[in-house]
Design a protein around this ligand. Structure first.
Ligand SMILES: C[S@@+](CC[C@H](N)C(=O)[O-])C[C@H]1O[C@@H](n2cnc3c(N)ncnc32)[C@H](O)[C@@H]1O
Length: 277
């Protein structure tokens, strides 16, 4: 693991190790309205929309690439008949995910894998009927290589659904980028970057929708709720951590409300006639 990857893992681990604390649970349930256990900019309504896009059936096996604590993944599995596999590079995320999966009685339908330090995914070609990846691609240093790996493990005719919250659409200052890159490794791309990366991998883009509104709602909800519980949060996690997170959330509301950054959801498919290269 490079030192930048270690930094990314440390920042996420700090969040994930507190994920199940009663105080964080209280903040989350007020801030999110409908808390589905996500650590992303995904609101429950969007996930329900994605379930329609994917139209899953009992024979499907879905991969969640960058599943985090498995909130969206467990929601997807309980609202369909699929089996699923979640992968992440963060041990704290997977430990929280494991607890969530067991508590929801889903251990026979969801497998979890730590893929940190691995050159590719530990799965055979064409293992999955569909792949989802919520707010992960911004962390991937070589998106085309990652897409090629997702292509490899996806069955022909399968769909890939992912979100990217780092599409640049305006002027960003060095400070904007520094604050937005809170978790470490972040990649900001122009409007048509994902379309051409998908096309060069062989995927056909079926749908692209702007989904910045959920991000703005989550950030402002979290900012306000955290202000409400400021004393408890400062007591438990310290003043510096509190301020740091508030600055981050406020900056995101500004950047996405001004459309300087945009979050999109993409649905692409691997054509039926596709062969692995
Ligand atoms: C914003 S979180 C989203 C988590 C989850 N998808 C959700 O919606 O709650 C991004 C996740 O991507 C994971 N991640 C980053 N790089 C990754 C990689 N190369 N392979 C797998 N997961 C990765 C991080 O550890 C983190 O858990």
């Amino acid at each position: 693991m490079t030192s930048r990857e270690k930094h990314l893992s440390r920042e996420y681990a700090a969040v994930y190790s507190q994920f199940d604390s009663p105080l964080i649970q209280k903040v989350r349930s007020e801030a999110f309205g409908e808390d589905i256990g996500q650590h992303s900019w995904l609101i429950a309504n969007e996930l329900r929309e994605y379930l329609d896009w994917l139209s899953l059936s009992a024979i499907d096996h879905v991969l969640d690439f960058g599943c985090g604590p498995a909130g969206p993944l467990t929601y997807l599995v309980t609202h369909s008949e699929v089996t699923a596999t979640g992968v992440d590079i963060n041990a704290a995320a997977l430990s929280s995910a494991q607890k969530r999966v067991a508590a929801m009685g889903l251990s026979d339908r969801i497998a979890l894998h730590d893929v940190s330090g691995k050159p590719g995914l530990p799965f055979a070609n064409e293992s999955f009927s569909h792949i989802i990846s919520v707010d992960v691609v911004m962390h991937l240093p070589d998106r085309k290589k990652s897409l090629a790996e997702l292509w490899r493990v996806l069955k022909p005719g399968g769909r890939l659904l992912f979100t990217d919250a780092c599409i640049v659409n305006g002027v960003l200052s060095d400070e904007d980028i520094r604050i937005r890159s809170h978790y470490g490794i972040s990649h900001f791309v122009p409007e048509d970057f994902n379309e051409s990366a998908l096309a060069s991998t062989g995927f056909t883009l079926q749908k692209k929708e702007q989904h910045s509104d959920g991000l703005i709602a989550i950030c402002s909800g979290r900012w306000q709720t955290r202000e409400k519980y400021k004393e408890e949060l400062v007591d438990e996690f310290g003043e510096a951590a509190f301020k740091h997170e508030q600055t981050y959330l406020k900056k995101l509301v500004e950047l996405y409300s001004d459309n300087k950054l945009i979050r999109y959801a993409y649905l692409a498919n691997k054509p039926e006639e596709a062969v692995n290269r």
